[in-house]
Ligand binder design. Structure first.
Ligand code: C2E
Ligand code: MG
Ligand code: MG
Ligand code: MG
Length: 299
């Protein structure tokens, strides 16, 4: 295996774990290596959380943050969450990782508050296994208690993939979380095996329009039609609509015309460390003249 190993280490030497990122043909060897490193990463706490802001188009205020995990492996470099979360989901490591994410995000909410910032809602992504196969409600309750965070400042993002696996159980868990006061968002909406029927039975606060519909929204009428339909649907069900992956002011303009509530994406900011909250508020203040409806209001 000497030549294979050498090839790998050259790939890794670049600091980015590209090898896995374009790994439609993942080899058993790669998986074993990744898996071993992931176990160590959990032990050694090699993860960090970054936070990406959401902006209310209507008020121009910070609408909340989404916590996004990062793994900077000393041996593999940056491994994309898509890659290692999928593996962690398969091998069960998502349970301790997911719990760590919940604790960390709530600790950050508390820290920001201690630093004198107005309360910020933080959204945490959940994976299917974490949602359906652990006592999530109990864990969330415990995390909120330990960190002394008020439930309304925690939002949980689930996906249609979770929902379709077990509709009844999903509904029960969501109901319990909502009764606790925690918020729920449906992530990547439109990408899954959307069954619209369950939407009316799920107590959701927000729908997140998947980035794939936002990407070409300025040129593709079909994407615009889909985004528009999602807004109408969510609005009718009393949900807030968030567009993800907004990279340009033009995309934001159209989403604003479609009556979308919030945007998230590189146009505003990529995910940043918790320490950058002050800079994010500054960035939001600087963005005000560019917001739809405020355009041209500034002399
Ligand atoms: P997601 O929850 O849909 O998160 C949005 C992803 O899009 C993030 O990628 C974010 O960095 C990226 N993004 C944000 N704005 C833009 C933009 O304007 N353009 C483009 N091209 N991309 C943008 P990231 O951080 O790599 O995360 C990928 C996925 O991994 C997430 O998708 C989520 O499903 C999962 N994930 C991330 N952190 C966690 C976590 O703590 N727990 C779980 N279970 N899953 C996580
Ligand atoms: Mg998300
Ligand atoms: Mg998303
Ligand atoms: Mg997405």
């Amino acid at each position: 295996h000497a030549d294979i190993a050498l090839h790998r280490s050259k790939e890794m030497g670049r600091g980015n774990f590209h090898f896995y990122q374009r790994s439609l043909e993942r080899h058993a060897y790669d998986l074993l290596l990744l898996e071993r490193e992931l176990h160590l990463a959990v032990e050694r706490q090699e993860f960090i959380l970054l936070y990406q802001p959401k902006l209310s188009i209507k008020t121009g205020h910070l609408a909340g943050m989404e916590a996004l995990i990062r793994w900077n492996s000393p041996r593999l470099g940056q491994v994309s969450p898509q890659e290692f979360i999928t593996l962690a989901e398969e091998n069960g490591l998502i349970v301790p990782i997911g719990e760590w994410v919940l604790y960390r995000a709530c600790e950050q909410i508390q820290r920001w508050q201690q630093e004198g910032f107005p309360p910020v809602t933080v959204a945490v992504n959940l994976s299917a296994r974490q949602f359906l196969q652990t006592n999530l409600v109990q864990t969330v309750r415990q995390v909120l208690e330990t960190t002394q965070v008020s439930p309304e400042y925690l939002e949980l993002e689930i996906t249609e993939t979770i929902a379709i696996q077990n509709v009844e159980l999903t509904q029960v868990i969501l109901q319990e979380l909502r009764e606790m006061g925690v918020k729920i968002a449906l992530d990547d909406f439109g990408m899954g095996y959307s069954s619209l029927a369950y939407l009316k039975n799920f107590p959701l606060n927000a729908l997140k329009i998947d980035r794939s519909f936002v990407q070409d929204i300025t040129t593709q009428l079909s994407d615009r039609a889909i985004a528009s339909a999602i807004v109408t649907l969510g609005r009718g069900l009393g949900m807030k609509i968030v567009a993800e992956g907004v990279e340009t002011a033009e995309q934001m303009q159209i989403l604003s015309e479609l009556d979308c509530d919030e945007i998230q994406g590189y146009w505003l900011s990529p995910a940043r460390p918790g320490e950058a909250l002050g800079e994010i508020y500054q960035r939001i203040a600087d963005s005000q003249p560019q917001l739809p409806g405020r355009m041209g209001q500034q002399a």
